[in-house]
Every structure is written in structure tokens, then in C-alpha cells.
Design a protein around this ligand. Structure first.
Ligand SMILES: Cc1cc2nc3c(=O)[nH]c(=O)nc-3n(C[C@H](O)[C@H](O)[C@H](O)COP(=O)(O)O)c2cc1C
Length: 363
């Protein structure tokens, strides 16, 4: 690459150069053969845009509403664990960048900064809290309460990880989260004097979650509870019936069940089932503003990026994330303009069609 990075792929290359192979493997990698990791990206390319012309527009905007509040664009920052591994400021820098970009950052339960610290780092920004549920209900509730007290305005319960996926890159490099890296939010929720290692943290998590558990959690929580990790219409319907305030179509960035549906392929049936009763968001493989446009045209209310934001953080700290988010916003705005839409809300299913199948014979 010559000069400044001009797209997400350039940031990916910069991040890969900068990080230790073990750390890079952890952040870049997926489960098993990484089939789903790759398909998440390629599946957005199975759709083609149907642009409309002579729309008489000279101004375009990417502003949108997500969970009743304005964002500069319907693209949010997904929860990613252990961000201090790539930048000393970690989640604080990520939060400041998301706030500067005018969008939401979702903080992981496995963050290397406490929800309170992140709130203080970016007081003007909008934040959501990603929740892993613990066997000891008091821990789950304490985590949720700290986040809500600090102004996090939604809780995103991740439900696709009753067990960790088989991350073979980590097995090959022998990578383990260094003992010095802590998860202070979990430690605070455990109570004084109860430090835990990363492995102990996973042992404390509850694998056997149920729909009635979700319903209780949503009923008790003062802010909307979104369910992250939905891939089927059946589960989307159950989520709505059991009080979810929103759905995140996600396969954890291909890090859990390899060969499950790519999120671009799961999205349409979920949108059709939910019929606007709650917001539907999607993540996985979004690398271009055009991917965001396709997600919106398929009916998503917003998309999220995980690795692209992380690559920005690794390559250039807070400024790197800001640049990644701004590049994606600019790409989305250009896609809107060239599709004849003044705003993201104008994108509809009529703006997309399935790409023609590749010919069986090339000769
Ligand atoms: C290194 C890494 C760590 C992640 N940590 C979490 C996490 O702590 N909680 C969670 O719900 N999702 C986690 N995710 C999944 C992301 O929130 C998101 O679903 C995924 O990264 C989206 O795919 P993308 O990276 O292709 O954008 C993680 C993903 C990566 C790559």
C-alpha cells in the first residue's frame, strides 16, 4: 500500500503488520475452517444494487434513528473483547472515536475497561452494553446495573456462545490472553477481592440460557434488551414473543459455529418474520459502505462492524477508528447518492436483487 489507508482493507493490512502473530490470529480468526468467517464477507456480494436515476437530488445524508435516538449513520461499533491488546487506551479510545463519529459503541462484558471508565472517557457518546450471562445471577445483574447507571442505553445479550468456538489459529500459535489483561467490569461485579483469570471467567458463565430467562431479564431491565446471535426466523419470532427490544442477526463474526448461515443470507427471512415489531440489526463481514446499503435495503435498521473498527484501533488508535468509521460513512453516502436515495430510510427491497448465478460452463 502507498500512502494513507483509503479503505477498510488497507486498515486490515496495516493492523496485520503491526500486531504480533498470536494477537493478530485472535482478532482476525474464526472457528474451524473459517468457512463462515469468509462467507460472511462474500455473502454481501451475492446481492446487486438496483439504482434509481433522475431522482432530482443534490444533497444526501446518512443520519438515521436507532432505538429512538439519532445517529450520524446506521452503522454501529460491535462489541469486541480485550481491546487493550491492540491499543493501551483500548475501549476508551474506541468509545471516543464512536462518539466523535456520532454513532453507538457497544462495550463487551470482556472489556479491558470498566463501563464507568468508558462512560467517563466519552461522556457525550451513545453506548450499549453487551452482556454475557453468569451462573450466579447476582453477577449478571451487577454488570447490567453498572452499565445502566452509567448511561448505557441498551443491553445486548449475546446468546450464540454456550461454549467457545474452536479457534484453530489460537491453537496453532499457542495464543492465550495474557494473565496481565483483566476484565475489570466482571471483577467489580464479582465483588471485592475476587480477581479471576480469563479461564475462570468463562467457567462462571451460564451456558444453559432459556427463552424464559431472557423474558425475565428483559422485564427487569430499565433499558431495551437486544438479543445478539439470531440466525433463523424461528428464533427471531421467539425473541420478539419473549420481550426482546431488538434483534442482532449475527454469527459472532464466524467465531462460533463454522458453516452456519452467513448473516447476509439469514437477514431477509428474519426481517420478514419480525415485520417491524422491533429493530433488526446485523453484523458480520461488513467491509464497505455498499455492504451497509445492501443490509438496509434488505430491511435491517442498522449494521455493526467488529473487526474493521478493531483494525482501525490497532493501526492508528482513536484516530484510526475515526477514519475507518468516516470512510464507511462516506462510502454509504456515495452509495445512497448513486442509488437515487436522499437518506438511508429510502433504501428498500426494490433496490436489491440476488446476483445472477455464475454460468456452469465458461467455454
Ligand atoms: C476478536 C473478537 C472478539 C469478539 N468479542 C465479542 C464479545 O466479547 N462479545 C460479543 O458479543 N461479540 C464479540 N465478538 C463478535 C462481534 O461483536 C461481531 O459479532 C463480529 O465481530 C462481527 O463480524 P465482523 O468482525 O466481520 O464485523 C467478537 C469478535 C471478534 C473478532
Amino acid at each position: 500500500m502507498n500512502g494513507e489507508p483509503i479503505n477498510v482493507a488497507d486498515f486490515e493490512a496495516l493492523a496485520e503488520k503491526k500486531l504480533d502473530p498470536g494477537v493478530a490470529g485472535y482478532f482476525f480468526g474464526g472457528a474451524g475452517d473459517e468457512w463462515t468467517l469468509a462467507e460472511n464477507v462474500s455473502a454481501w456480494g451475492h446481492w446487486r444494487l438496483r439504482p434509481r436515476i433522475l431522482a432530482g437530488l443534490s444533497e444526501w445524508g446518512t443520519g438515521a434513528e436507532v432505538l429512538g435516538a439519532e445517529v450520524s449513520m446506521p452503522l454501529l461499533v460491535a462489541p469486541i473483547a480485550y481491546q487493550c491488546l491492540v491499543d493501551p487506551e483500548g475501549e476508551a479510545a474506541m468509545a471516543r472515536a464512536a462518539a466523535a463519529a456520532g454513532t453507538v459503541m457497544c462495550l463487551s462484558t470482556l472489556a479491558t475497561k470498566r463501563p464507568r471508565e468508558v462512560a467517563e472517557a466519552a461522556p457525550g457518546g451513545r453506548r450499549w452494553f453487551q452482556l454475557y450471562c453468569f451462573k450466579d445471577e447476582a453477577i449478571t445483574r451487577a454488570l447490567m446495573e453498572e452499565a445502566v447507571d452509567c448511561g448505557f442505553d441498551a443491553v445486548v445479550v449475546t446468546v450464540d456462545a454456550p461454549r467457545g468456538g474452536n479457534r484453530e489459529r489460537d491453537q496453532r500459535t499457542g495464543f492465550q490472553i495474557p494473565a496481565a489483561i483483566g476484565v475489570p467490569g466482571v471483577e467489580a461485579a464479582l465483588g471485592p477481592g475476587r480477581a479471576v483469570t480469563i479461564e475462570q471467567t468463562f467457567d462462571l458463565m451460564e451456558p444453559a440460557l432459556t427463552w424464559s430467562y431472557l423474558e425475565e431479564l428483559a422485564a427487569d431491565c430499565k433499558v431495551p434488551v437486544l438479543v445478539k446471535g439470531v440466525l433463523t426466523a424461528e428464533d427471531a419470532e421467539l425473541a420478539v414473543e419473549h420481550g426482546a427490544g431488538g434483534i442482532v442477526v449475527s454469527n459472532h463474526g464466524g467465531r462460533q459455529l463454522d458453516r452456519c448461515l452467513a448473516t447476509a443470507d439469514a437477514l431477509p427471512e428474519i426481517v420478514d418474520t419480525v415485520e417491524g415489531r422491533v429493530p433488526v440489526l446485523v453484523d458480520g463481514g461488513i467491509r464497505r459502505g455498499i455492504d451497509v446499503a445492501i443490509a438496509l435495503a434488505l430491511g435491517a435498521d442498522a449494521a455493526l462492524v467488529g473487526r474493521p473498527a478493531l483494525w482501525g484501533l490497532a493501526a492508528g488508535g482513536e484516530a484510526g477508528v475515526r477514519r475507518v468509521l468516516e470512510l464507511l460513512r462516506e462510502e454509504l453516502e456515495l452509495a445512497l447518492a448513486l442509488c437515487g436515495c436522499a437518506s438511508p430510510a429510502e433504501l428498500t427491497r426494490a433496490h436489491v436483487q440476488r446476483a445472477p448465478a455464475a454460468p456452469l460452463y465458461s467455454g
